[in-house]
Design a protein around this ligand. Structure first.
Ligand code: MG
Length: 387
């Protein structure tokens, strides 16, 4: 029996993780759950799974959470705030930490969990974007395995099973292309958040759906692939594949390409991260190749999707630049969702913030914290200048 802590339990990955647990009650136990602000759903989850710890990131909701949990006679610990989350993930009973919080907020608890030697099922890609170097060093030092939950990285990970000694020639990272894949630059100028939230293939949270539409999500995934699989970003090639059936592939030195295919359903990569190296039987939807007929592949258009180019640039410059990329994107993404900036302006804000922010070549954790704060301030200035 493995005990889980789920950070972001009320989000898209969190609820799907609980669905995987529900299917294998003999293998997994929910020990701790944590949400940002969704009290009602968190209480519902506490009622069903009876964890030892229920935690809310937003401390102002502690009273409300306590009131609702006592109404269902919850007997466990009720915690709130960032320090509590950091304590929660290091509890000795926990085997696996599912890191599925949104954005930069996932960094600190992931670092604490790694330091405590936990197995990390990593869905929070911003953690590796911001601080990939120190995350990888710590994971090695504390023997904390990092298992990817992101569908593309799970596909790469699955393609690499049994290939330990074999050199990767290239990673083929697939992208659906999002809802604006076929839009002209002119059309993209006027799209709204509601347009962007209609993703063709994947059901996800709002932040990542906007990142998918702008291809910043794919840029982040290029960086994530670099750190998870130890290849330079030049060896990570983005392939637009609108059907989302090939979840990514690896090309080896002899030219062989290994890929993982399947219906787009996040529960498969979530379950694989929890059960690795085993595969557990599941009745998730199957990809029917006969029904699909066409699988198509295109090169990404960096002119219409400059965020992808910005992500490669951030990695080439290195140091704190990827941290700036992430912070500026979080500001721009939220502004776009709230109707405070246009779709293409997001890239301008990010690019200008990358040019203005201070640069540190070999940052430590405190440098990342300071860099993140400075980049958010600069991005907010750039945003004001545009509106
Ligand atoms: Mg993905």
């Amino acid at each position: 029996m493995k005990r889980l802590a789920i950070l972001g339990s009320t989000g898209s990955i969190g609820t799907q993780t609980l669905d995987v647990v529900r299917r294998h009650p003999d293998l997994y136990e929910v020990y701790a759950i944590c949400a940002n602000r969704s009290v009602d759903l968190l209480v519902e989850q506490a009622r069903e799974f009876r964890p030892e710890v229920v935690c809310i990131a937003d401390e102002s909701l502690y009273e409300e959470l306590s009131r609702q949990l006592s109404a269902i006679s919850f007997q466990g610990k009720i915690w709130a705030g960032a320090d509590s989350i950091a304590d929660m993930v290091t509890m000795p009973s926990i085997d696996i930490v599912v890191a599925a919080m949104v954005g930069y907020a996932g960094l600190r608890p992931t670092i604490e969990a790694i330091r405590a030697g936990k197995t990390i099922a990593l869905a929070n890609k911003e953690t590796l974007v911001v601080a990939g170097e120190i995350i990888c060093e710590l994971a090695q030092k504390h023997h904390a395995p990092i298992l990817p939950v992101d569908s593309e990285h799970s596909a790469i990970f699955q393609s690499l099973v049994g290939e330990d000694r074999n050199e990767i020639e290239k990673i083929l990272l697939t992208a659906s292309g999002g809802p604006f894949r076929t839009y002209s630059l002119e059309q993209m100028r006027t799209v709204t958040a509601a347009d962007a939230l209609r993703h063709p293939n994947w059901e996800m949270g709002a932040k990542i759906t906007i990142d998918s539409a702008s291809m910043m999500n794919k840029g982040f995934e290029v960086i994530e692939a670099k750190w998870l699989f130890g290849v330079p970003v030049e060896k990570v090639e983005v392939v637009v594949h609108p059907q989302s059936i090939v979840h990514s592939a690896v090309q080896f030195a002899d030219g062989a390409i290994k890929a993982q295919l399947g219906a787009p359903d996040m529960r498969l990569p979530i379950q694989y991260a929890l059960s690795f190296p085993e595969r557990l039987a599941a009745d998730f939807p199957r990809a029917d190749l006969f029904a699909l007929k066409d699988l198509t592949f295109e090169r990404p258009d960096l002119e219409r999707f400059p965020n992808l180019g910005l992500a490669y640039e951030a990695m080439r410059r290195g140091g704190t630049v990827p941290c700036v990329l992430n912070a500026a994107n979080e500001v721009a993404n939220l502004a776009f969702r709230e109707g405070r900036c246009g779709f293409l302006q997001m890239s301008d804000i990010i690019s200008e913030t990358m040019n203005r922010a201070a640069f540190i070549q070999k940052p430590n954790y405190e440098d990342y914290v300071a860099c993140d704060a400075e980049a958010r301030r600069i991005a907010a200035e750039e945003l004001n200048r545009k509106s």
